[in-house]
Design a protein around this ligand. Structure first.
Ligand SMILES: [Zn+2]
Length: 163
């Protein structure tokens, strides 16, 4: 057992860039880095274990009706934050650091940066200054909210078509 942010967690996976830990109390999984990354550095290349036509809570949207199950699978444990430190670049199929990331930090990405309309919207408690509260997908962002984030080329294009 390790203590992280005063919460007991249990190690469930180790991989080349970090480890997946499970919160013992609520079963929630988090991805913690075991090395540091510079801004814009590529953390991992990714591909698809499977491509689905409809989204679910584990998929990453890469096109209109293309939702992938991530390969390597450990990347699916990267949680949402309204103040993310990494970005799934679905054009180049790589995970990039949005800022310098120290070893031991939780990796997070902004779900609406890849997801147009989420199957399972949720209330966010990321505690960041600009927390959006309810996370529903890029279709529901105001321009002001969207402009704060790096979005995939698919999402940016779709938002511009929506205007
Ligand atoms: Zn938030």
């Amino acid at each position: 057992m390790n203590k992280l942010n005063n919460t007991e967690t249990r190690l469930i996976d180790t991989n080349p860039i970090g480890e997946v830990r499970e919160n013992v109390e609520n079963g929630q999984k988090i991805f913690i880095t075991t090395r540091s990354f510079e801004q814009d550095e590529i953390l991992a290349q990714f591909g698809a274990v499977e491509i689905l036509s409809t989204p679910n809570y584990l998929t990453l949207q890469v096109d209109h009706s293309k939702h992938i199950l991530l390969d390597p699978p450990y990347l699916q444990y990267i949680n949402h934050s309204c103040d993310p430190n990494c970005f799934f670049d679905t054009e180049h199929m790589c995970l990039r650091a949005l800022k310098k990331i120290e070893s031991g930090k939780e990796l997070t990405f902004f779900y609406p940066s890849t997801e147009w309309n989420m199957q399972q919207p949720f209330a966010c408690f990321c505690k960041s200054e600009n927390c959006l509260g309810e996370i529903k997908g890029a279709a529901h962002l105001t321009d002001q909210e969207a402009n704060r984030y790096r979005l995939t080329s698919y999402i940016s294009k779709r938002r511009s078509q929506q205007q």
